[in-house]
Ligand binder design. Structure first.
Ligand code: ATP
Ligand code: MG
Length: 589
């Protein structure tokens, strides 16, 4: 089919939109694929919608190929099932809640575990019905704290979500493996490189889970790769393991020392190293010898706030994403001046373990980084301005309420699996596969009769793909300084034919003939037949719009040739007019 640019509902923009921080957002808006309609909500224009539909089709084909069956739920859902699972509350401010005219509570579905569980419960009752795999491609709603980067993190977005239902753990493993393999195939077809990483299960509950991340500098997730073994994990899910306890037999007794003007780790280290009475027998003091106690406020889904203190070696920071993942569904707020004012026992910059812990008068829960093992000695705040305690030994001089593994993970940190160096990268979460287990089936009463006539709770898996996010993620990995560069599998059109001559010459007629030939061969052809638009603007737009092939009918027509650019390979050739269609068709095959 031929689509004429003169009538296509699209306007390209010369300038980047002011709110666009990442290339995909800039390019999709500039090229007229999407328009912002609301915070975190985008309108699909014809070209954008074609890409979305092509992605949906590939996702559908791969789900159908493993035997999953498509259904479709409403987005507007009743409250009760989400009360039963606890997610009406646990989702906290991320859930769009609303009421109908009679004051009955509803929500806009953020994901549909509850509804699928109830649907299967409605219709199935025997082990003979299982396994069954159901999926939908549907609009989801989440009141994200930070909608950003256009389609990458919306408040309304398209997700493919599937759910597997099995009688036993082996069945669940098979269902999980089938989905995982389908995801490998579908992301390859979308032209997305993905790394499969160990993941946290977040608000979903459940056990084993992996994410498919597309490596990309503008991704919001960070993940580690071991440089030696096959360990790959989202940094949220990295568990560093507990080092062996240390013998503190030779560590001197703890002592409080004056360290005026040392509210930061660096000022403290400098003072320690400048003092004769604190000189170490071996080496100098470093930030790693200090214990930094970081305070945050946790906000539970019910709105109740609780303080939390986290003790980490002073050369590390608390990684807020790791912390958020560890304490979910609670959210993390900064520990503000008002929070300090309400607890005068906490001296900013000089907080030490003496005042921390649930059993202490302040009642501040205190958790330690796993590196702070029994026997390790630390320099830490003495809970008075300008004073620190040295030689404070974990287990001997202080204890905490437990451990929490949320310090930052860095390049060259040891791999939890083999001890070799790890490297850190950023990525975009494209898909997520979970072994949910029996959590939802239990609370919603999804049982089937087994072959002995006994009631058995069904075990479930849940598998998501970010379909609208994929449009942006593909654009992130398939563009250059000139514009988009769609892989053939998802491009809105196969070929862009540009008329670049003067009025009255043969270029328009030649371009029209080639376009017709391509269209007859089944290709989707975008023909730039706009009047009053200079060749320069046409070339720029062709590059911006990003079809995989561009055919230019320009000055060469007089010599009997057309220019053919392959945007993916980055090549340009001149071909006799009669050979162009054959060449393009072969490239698109
Ligand atoms: P994230 O960690 O990025 O917030 P999530 O873990 O909450 O995502 P899931 O519940 O696993 O997301 O949803 C399945 C898939 O849906 C994700 O892998 C992602 O591709 C996509 N997705 C999730 N949230 C959004 C969003 N706000 N905008 C666009 N796509 C999203
Ligand atoms: Mg996820």
């Amino acid at each position: 089919m031929i689509h004429r640019l003169s009538t296509l509902f699209v306007r390209t923009l010369r300038d980047d939109p002011a709110d666009a921080e990442v290339p995909s957002h800039r390019l999709l808006v500039r090229a007229g694929y999407i328009r912002r309609a609301a915070p975190g909500g985008y309108t699909w224009l014809p070209l954008g919608l074609r890409v979305l539909h092509r992605i949906e089709r590939i996702v559908r084909e791969e789900m159908d190929a493993i035997g999953a069956q498509e259904v479709h739920f409403p987005a507007l859902l009743p409250r009760e099932p989400y009360d039963a699972s606890g997610r009406w509350t646990d989702y906290g401010p991320n859930l769009f809640r609303l009421q109908d005219r009679r004051g009955v509570d509803y929500l806009l579905g953020p994901t549909h575990e509850e509804m699928f569980t109830l649907l299967v419960k409605d219709l199935y009752g025997s082990y003979k019905d299982l396994p069954v795999w159901l999926y939908q491609i549907q609009t989801k709603f989440r009141d994200e704290a930070r909608p950003r980067a256009g389609l990458l993190r919306g408040r309304e977005f398209v997700m493919k979500d599937s759910y597997s239902f099995d009688l036993d753990d082996e069945g669940l493993q098979r269902s999980y493996d089938a989905h995982r393999a389908a995801y490998v195939r579908l992301f390859a077809r979308l032209g997305l490189d993905v790394v499969i990483v160990k993941a946290m299960s977040g608000a979903m509950g459940g056990s084993a889970s992996e994410e498919f991340l597309s490596p990309c500098a503008s991704g919001e997730d960070t993940f580690v790769r071991c440089t030696a073994c096959d360990y790959r994990a989202n940094t949220e899910a990295v568990r560093i393991g507990t080092p062996p306890a240390v013998d503190a037999g030779t560590t001197p007794p703890a002592r409080v020392v004056d360290t005026p003007g040392t509210p930061t780790i660096q000022t403290l280290v400098d003072v320690l190293n400048s003092r004769d009475d604190l000189r170490r027998t071996t080496g100098t003091w470093t930030a790693a010898d200090t214990l930094k106690n970081v305070l945050v406020m946790l906000r539970n889904p019910d709105g109740i706030r609780q303080p939390l203190a986290i003790g980490v070696p002073g050369d590390r920071e608390v990684d807020m994403k790791r912390l958020e993942a560890a304490v979910a569904p609670a959210e993390v707020d900064a520990f503000g001046d008002a929070d300090f004012a309400a607890r005068p026992g906490l001296v900013k910059g000089y907080i030490g373990p003496d005042v921390l812990g649930e059993t202490k008068p302040l009642g501040v829960r205190y958790l330690l980084d796993p590196r702070v093992v029994s026997g390790t000695a630390w320099v830490t705040g003495a809970n008075e301005a300008g004073r620190h305690t040295v030689h404070l030994v974990s287990g001997r001089d202080f204890t905490a309420d437990g451990t929490i593994d949320v310090a930052d993970v860095r390049d060259d940190d040891p791999c939890p699996s083999c001890g070799s160096a790890m490297s850190i990268e950023r990525g975009i979460e494209m898909g997520h596969v979970f072994q949910l287990g029996r959590k939802y089936a239990e609370v919603l009463g999804l049982n089937v009769l087994d072959d002995k006539g006994k009631q058995r709770v069904v075990t479930m898996g849940s598998y998501g793909v970010g379909v609208s996010r994929a449009v942006a993620a593909i654009a992130e990995s398939h563009h250059d300084e000139l514009g988009l560069r769609w892989p053939r599998s998802v491009a809105p059109m196969d070929v862009h034919v540009v008329i670049a001559g003067k009025p009255g010459d043969d270029t328009a007629a030649t371009a029209g003939r080639v376009a017709a030939e391509l269209s007859d061969a089944g290709l989707q052809v975008l023909l730039d037949d706009r009047e009053g638009v200079s060749p320069g603007v046409r070339f720029k737009d062709a590059e911006l719009l990003g079809m995989p092939m561009i055919v230019i009918a320009g000055r060469g027509v007089a010599k009997g040739v057309l220019e053919v650019r392959d945007r993916i390979a980055g090549t340009t050739v001149e071909l006799p007019i009669g050979d162009v269609a054959k060449h393009v068709i072969a490239c698109c095959a």
